[in-house]
Design a protein around this ligand. Structure first.
Ligand code: PBG
Length: 320
C-alpha cells in the first residue's frame, strides 16, 4: 500500500523531506523614511510598522542585518509634493539621504534597495507625470525615471525597484545607468504589478494623494497570460530580478514566471496582506506567528526565490 503518511510521522522526517524552506536571506524588509519628523510615526493600518526618521532607519537596517535579512527596500515620504515629484530628484531629499544612511548602517551585510517611482512625491499621487488631459504620460515619465535612477545609484543603492509600471522603464533606466557609469547597479522590475485594493495601508503609510486608481498602467487582475508578456519584455530590457505583486492572490502568476524566467523571481507580500492577518490576529481570530511563516512559505512554494514582507526582520529573528 502507498503510505504518504510515512514521511509525516516525525518532525525530523518532515524537516528532512520539506520541498521548500524559508531562510532569512530570502527576505526583504520594506522600510519607510519620512522627512521632517523627529520621532518614528506609527502607521495605524499596519500595526508594528512606522515611518522612520533617518536615525531610526539606521537602527532598523542594523536590526534587519543582524537577523540575517537579505535586503531592505526603502520608500521615501517627503514633506512637500508637486506635479512632477521633484523632491525625489533632490540628491539630499529624504529617500536619497535614507539610502546613504542605510548603506552605511548595512556595511555590506545586506543589500540596500530603493523604490524608483514618483507616486510618493507627486501632489496627484500618480506614478508618473500627467499630460494636459490628466493622463499619465508614459514617455515623459521615463525621462524622469532615468534621472531618478542616476540619483539613487549615486546615493549608493545596490538595487533599484522599478515599481511604476511604465512601458519601457527597465530599458530606459538601464541605458541611463550605463551611460552614467553605474554598470553594477542592479534592477528589480515590478514585472507583474496588479491594480489592487491590497495596497490600501501602504497609501496611508506614504500619505498618498491619489484620487481614483492606477488601472491605466498597473495590470488588470483578470490577466494571467499578460504577465508572461511583461516578463519577456523586462528580461529583454535587462531586468536582473523580476517580481509579482501582490503575492497571495497571484500565486499562479508567480508560478508562471518562475517556470520561464532565467533570473530570480520575487514576490511582494503587500501592506494589505500584512494588515489583514495582523487585524484578524489582534481579534484573536488567527494565529499571527503561524501565519507569518505559512504565508511566506506558500510564496516560496509557488516559486518565489525572494519575498518582500513587512515581517522580514521578525520572521528572520524567529528562523535564526
Ligand atoms: C508604488 C508602490 C506601491 C507599493 C509599492 N510601490 C503603491 C501603489 O502602487 O499604489 C505598494 C506596497 C504595499 O502595498 O505594501 N511606488
Amino acid at each position: 500500500m502507498q503510505r504518504p503518511r510515512r514521511l509525516r510521522r516525525t518532525a525530523a522526517l518532515r524537516r528532512l523531506t520539506a520541498e521548500v524552506t524559508v531562510a532569512p536571506a530570502n527576505l526583504v524588509q520594506p522600510l519607510f523614511v519620512a522627512d521632517g519628523i523627529t520621532e518614528p510615526e506609527p502607521v495605524p493600518s499596519m500595526p508594528g510598522v512606522v515611518r522612520h526618521t533617518v536615525d531610526s532607519l539606521v537602527e532598523a537596517v542594523d536590526a534587519a542585518a543582524a537577523a540575517g535579512v537579505g535586503g531592505v527596500m526603502l520608500f521615501g515620504v517627503p514633506r512637500e509634493r508637486d506635479a512632477t515629484g521633484s523632491a525625489a530628484l533632490d540628491p539630499v531629499g529624504i529617500l536619497n539621504r535614507g539610502i546613504e544612511a542605510a548603506v552605511t548602517s548595512a556595511a555590506g551585510r545586506l543589500a540596500v534597495m530603493s523604490d524608483l517611482c514618483l507616486d510618493e512625491f507627486t501632489d496627484h499621487g500618480h506614478c508618473g507625470v500627467l499630460d494636459d488631459n490628466g493622463n499619465v504620460d508614459n514617455d515623459r515619465t521615463l525621462a524622469c525615471y532615468a534621472d531618478l535612477a542616476v540619483v539613487q545609484a549615486g546615493a549608493g543603492a545596490d538595487i533599484l525597484g522599478l515599481s511604476g509600471m511604465m512601458d519601457g522603464q527597465v530599458g530606459v533606466v538601464r541605458a541611463a545607468l550605463d551611460d552614467a557609469g553605474f554598470i553594477d547597479t542592479a534592477l528589480l522590475a515590478y514585472t507583474a504589478k496588479y491594480t489592487s485594493a491590497w495596497y490600501g495601508p501602504f497609501r496611508e503609510a506614504v500619505d498618498s494623494q491619489l484620487q481614483g486608481d492606477r488601472a491605466t498602467y498597473q495590470q488588470d487582475p483578470a490577466n494571467r497570460r499578460e504577465a508572461v508578456r511583461e516578463l519577456l519584455l523586462d528580461l529583454d530590457e535587462g531586468a536582473d530580478i523580476v517580481m509579482v505583486k501582490p503575492a497571495s492572490t497571484y500565486q499562479d502568476v508567480i508560478a508562471d514566471l518562475a517556470a520561464v524566467s532565467d533570473r530570480p523571481v520575487w514576490a511582494y507580500q503587500v501592506s494589505g496582506e500584512y494588515a489583514a492577518i495582523e487585524a484578524a490576529a489582534a481579534n484573536g481570530w488567527l494565529d499571527r506567528d503561524a501565519l507569518m511563516f505559512e504565508s511566506v512559505l506558500g510564496l516560496r512554494r509557488a516559486g518565489a526565490d525572494g519575498v518582500l514582507t513587512y515581517w522580514a526582520t521578525e520572521l528572520a529573528q524567529r528562523l535564526q
